[in-house]
Design a binder for this molecule. Structure first.
Ligand code: PLP
Length: 465
């Protein structure tokens, strides 16, 4: 029998359950209403295959290219260097296999340098390549979860073909010195790939500036307020890749398969919004404007460039009525979730820091993992000595707070984070560490509520130990 939350919990707990506080943005983010509005027409009115020569096809082609330009603007690269994928896992696999498989095919020696703090989408791809004959070095991080460029330099071999080091760690948020590592790789004529899934939309990524020596870079849509199953691999001009899939000549022969047009349009819109948010410096009077979600009935027609320019054959009335209903529905949701966006990365960081300081001030024997290094503004990884973080996670979930701990393994059980273990934490310490990752829409009131709940939950778990 299916038990609804209302049946299994007291009314008070149920009420709390209904007011959930989502602090697991590094796992996934909600799709922004403006993003949904932008993608919506491409499931229905504009459904053409972008490879088709007729007008329907050409309209979706134009939307795909528009999105490509938006993502290129976010990364400061050219649109031709953008390859749309199904997400971060595919992007990472395409980068690693795409660069290294040709050496295996030619029976040439190939060496890959990666790190022990990478996401499994890189680690397991590296292990698969290892089984196929690639030599792999997994460099260790410092105690603060950072890969020292000197460690990478020391691991280089004459036959090193690729270095793959992530831009920001998903567990700790630690930002890696990718610009420096890429410069070293460049000096040794080695290609550099970075998994920037946890960096995109949180920090500026300048592939024409600091990251100019990066050759390949992965991003994922669902970590930046676009849908799951969307992503991009940046492939710098001049770098050739063996494809993962064989089929049509899509994405300039780099990724076969009919494009996921609604997903691509969504990612383009999310990139525009991220760009605005990242570039907003004045915190005054901009609290909601960067990702403003208020939709008034009289202006609830599709506000995106794509939709307004791509449906010339439709009567504006019919179009706007349909979108209007949809936009109003999203607006209702927005009032709950999306009203008070942090106006920029700095204000988000202030909120994160307030959370950390509040927890450290009220909970004895609590420690921030990777606190000495630059981190993305939304992430904290905090250790409560003597507390099983999995039990804490469940307690918080019952109080309506979504957080994260470790990684699910094959059996479905939760394993301590390999990242924290690589940083030198003991298994017990790693098991007492919780990740809290804020969204752009986390409010000060939510942080206050979390600061009431976590200390009580930690004290209770400690008293039971
Ligand atoms: N890389 C990092 C750093 C991640 O955090 C994730 C997802 O959590 C991925 C790659 C995989 O991305 P996707 O879920 O889009 O396949």
């Amino acid at each position: 029998m299916r038990v609804t939350p209302q049946e299994s919990l007291s009314q008070a707990t149920y009420n709390e359950f209904m007011q959930r506080i989502y602090l697991d943005a590094n796992a996934t983010t909600p799709v922004l209403p403006k993003v949904i509005e932008a993608m919506y027409p491409f499931w229905s009115d504009s459904f053409g295959n972008p490879s088709s020569a007729h007008q329907s096809g050409q309209r979706t082609r134009s939307a795909v290219e528009h999105a490509r330009a938006s993502v290129a603007a976010l990364l400061t690269c050219t649109p031709k260097e953008i390859v749309f994928t199904s997400g971060g896992t595919e992007g990472n696999n395409l980068a690693l296999s795409g660069i290294l498989q040709p050496f295996l095919d030619r029976k040439e020696q190939a060496h890959l340098i990666t790190s022990r703090i990478e996401h499994h989408a890189v680690l397991y791809a590296a292990e698969a390549l290892e089984r196929r004959g690639v030599e792999v070095t997994y460099v260790a991080p410092t105690r603060d979860g950072v890969i020292d460029p000197a460690t990478v330099e020391a691991a280089l071999k004459p036959h090193t073909k690729l270095v793959s080091i992530m831009l920001a760690n998903n567990e700790t948020g630690a930002i890696q010195p990718i610009g420096d590592i890429a410069r070293i790789a460049e000096q040794h004529h080695v290609l550099l790939h970075t998994d920037a899934v946890q960096g995109a939309g949180k920090v500026l990524l300048d592939l024409s500036g600091e990251l100019t020596n990066v050759n390949l870079l992965t991003i994922s849509g669902h970590k930046m307020y676009a849908p799951q199953g969307t992503g991009v691999l940046f492939v710098r001009k001049g770098v050739t890749l063996a494809p993962l899939f064989y089929g049509g000549p899509h994405e300039r022969q780099r990724r076969a398969g009919t494009e996921n047009v609604p997903g691509i349009v969504a990612l383009g819109k999310a990139a525009d919004l991220a760009n605005t948010w990242l570039c907003t410096v004045n915190t005054a009077n901009l609290v909601t404007s960067a990702v403003s979600t208020e939709v008034h009935p009289h202006e609830s027609v599709v506000s995106t460039e794509h939709a307004s320019s791509l449906h010339p054959e439709q009567a504006p009335d019919a179009r706007s009525r349909r979108i209007s209903v949809f936009a109003e529905a999203s607006a209702k949701r927005e009032r709950v979730n999306f009203e008070s966006a942090s106006s920029n990365p700095r204000t988000l960081q202030v909120l994160r820091d307030r959370l950390e300081q509040g927890l450290l001030a009220t909970i004895p024997n609590a420690y921030i993992n990777a606190c000495q290094v630059p981190r993305v503004p939304n992430t904290t990884n905090i250790r409560f000595s003597g507390v099983d973080a999995e039990a804490l996670l469940i307690a918080l979930d019952l109080h309506g707070i979504a957080a994260s701990f470790g990684a699910a393994c094959m059996s479905g059980a939760t394993e301590p984070s390999h990242v924290l273990l690589a940083m030198g934490l003991t298994p017990m310490e790693a098991r007492s560490s919780l990740r809290l990752s804020l969204t752009r829409f986390t409010t000060p009131a939510e942080i206050d509520r979390v600061l009431e709940i976590i200390p009580t939950a930690v004290a209770r778990l400690r008293s039971l130990a």
